[in-house]
Each structure stands twice: as C-alpha cells, then as structure tokens.
Ligand binder design. Structure first.
Ligand code: GLU
Length: 297
C-alpha cells in the first residue's frame, strides 16, 4: 500500500502537478483516428510543450485480434500531418506483456484477483445493472471457487470489495472537476487479464503510465470513471498518481457521440483528401471545429 493510501488516500485539490511534465497520446490501433482523437492528441501535446515537457506516443495494441499494423501506420501519418511530433521512441504495449504479467502476479500473491471462467453470454445473462446504468456488474459467479481448474480458459478479475478495503479511501485530481473521490466499487469485479489478451486496458494503462513517468493523462470524458480503477491499481501496486485532464467528447451537430459508426470522417480521409492538418490542429486549439460538429464545452 502506498503512503497516500495509508494516510486516507486524500489527494488535495491543489495537488501540485508531478514533475517533470510528461503527457501521452495512447490510441488503440483498432481503427482509423477521427477528430475526437485529434482533440486528445493536440491537448496532450500542447500541455507538455507549454511546460517544456515531453509528449509520448503509446500504441495500445494488447488486443491482438483487433489491432492492425495498417492502423498504426495511419496513426503515425495522422500525427505527422497534424504537426504533433512525439518525443522518444513509440512504445507498443504488445512488447510489454511481461510488465503486465508481473503486476498481475503481485495482485494474485496479495489475494486480490481470482480466475473467472464465465463466458460473455453467461455474464450478460446473470448480470446486475450498475448503479449508473453503464456496464453490467459482474455477479460474482467465480469469486469463491474452491479449486479452480486453471487449464481451462479463464480471465482474471479483481476482487473489488477486498481490494477497496485494502487500499482505503482514494482520490485523484482532474483539471476540470478538481478533487474526485474514487468509487471503484461501483464498477464491480472488473477484468484485469482477459481470456484472449494477457492484460486488460485498466492494468496495462496503469502500469505504463507509471513506467513512462506520465505526469498528466489527457483523454476523453468517457474514461472519467475508469480513472477510479486506475487510482485503485496505483494504490495497490505502489505507483504514482498523475494529474488527469478528461476533456468533453466531440459530438456531431445532432449531439451524437463521434464514432466511426456515426459516419465520422477519419483523419486519414481528411489527410488524403488534401486537408491541411496543421491548420486543423490550430483550429482545434482555438476551439473552432469543422462544420457539422457541436462546439466543445
Ligand atoms: N487506448 C485508449 C483508447 O484508444 C485510450 C487510453 C487512455 O488514454 O487512457 O480509447
């Protein structure tokens, strides 16, 4: 447990930003980037540059079945087109699996994770609704198996109630929201290592943000509550807590969240269509969005 967790886990709202300033853009190469990604990347880049810090690019490709090298190439070309130049070598999560395995081992040794053999369909059928109506909560089917057969395909879930009891009360700092009380219990026994991938997003991102010395995490508002889980994992693994900057999600003029399924144009399409990426980045900095997008709050 960290000193912070032992001291009651409070993070003062005016907690000084960790030094040196290091930000990152961490896309998953499971599709082409769209304008929402550009907003994140510009903000993360500018935050680091304004402080004389470093801006890193991390490719979150642990999901081997959905990640594609051609998406990685497009991401690199898009960032170059936007005029955002990452510092240092590009980091690929697929090359860092032993780090995630180590972290999982430590949680396993502490009795804070358990193997789960449920299929997605079984979980969906037995799930209770999460209080805020988001993801269904895992009903705990495998939580107390006496002699699990680890030769069968399984994921690893965090024993959330136990983990929260061990860590104590926790908080984190968001640039817009100020001090946030972490409530990871509301998300239930989330998966930390999947049947088909050696680490979940939550575990990999927490380990990597610490290993890369990230001081400032810039990402969309959709990941706001995920930070509660990352904060808990930081406390359990003795890792530092960055500052967080969750920005509003870009929506179309109809208020619909931007996603490829809504027909949002990709950065690649704009780039190959002859658009000026640096001018687009400058527009985003000034809060100007192309026609058809609602202004960012
Ligand atoms: N890889 C995640 C995504 O593309 C973002 C991770 C993060 O910024 O924490 O949605």
């Amino acid at each position: 447990m960290t000193a912070q967790a032992q001291a009651g886990g409070q993070v003062s709202p005016d907690m000084a930003r960790p030094e040196p300033v290091v930000s990152r853009f961490a896309p998953s190469p499971t599709g082409r980037l769209h304008l929402g990604h550009a907003v994140s990347a510009v903000r993360a880049h500018d935050l680091a540059r304004a402080a004389g810090g470093r801006f890193l690019l991390r490719i979150e490709d642990i999901d081997g079945s959905r990640s594609r090298p051609e998406h990685v190439s497009a991401i690199l070309a898009d960032l170059d087109w936007l005029g955002l130049d990452p510092d240092g070598p590009v980091v690929f999560q697929s090359a860092r699996l032993p780090l995630y395995a180590d972290a999982l081992d430590r949680l396993r040794d502490a009795g804070l994770v358990y193997p789960c053999f449920c299929t997605r369909a079984e979980v969906a059928a037995a799930s209770l609704s999460a209080p805020h109506g988001a993801e269904p909560l895992y009903p705990g089917t495998c939580r107390h198996l006496s002699s699990p057969d680890l030769s069968r395909p399984h994921s690893w879930r965090i024993a959330m109630a136990r983990a929260v009891a061990v860590a104590g009360p926790l908080g984190w700092h968001d640039a817009a929201a100020g001090h946030v009380r972490a409530d990871p219990l509301a998300q239930g026994d989330v998966i930390l290592a999947r049947k088909d991938a050696p680490a979940s997003y939550h575990l990999a991102v927490t380990v990597d943000d610490a290993a890369q010395g990230i001081s400032d995490v810039v990402r969309g508002q959709d990941l706001f509550r995920a930070t509660d889980i990352h904060r808990l994992l930081q406390a359990l693994l003795g890792l530092p807590t960055p500052h967080y900057h969750h920005h509003p999600l870009l929506t179309g003029a109809d208020g619909q969240r931007l996603a490829k399924r809504n027909g949002a144009p990709t950065l690649e399409a704009m780039r190959l269509g002859g658009g000026d990426g640096r001018a687009l980045a400058a527009d985003l900095r000034a809060g100007r969005l192309p026609a058809g997008f609602a202004p960012l709050a």
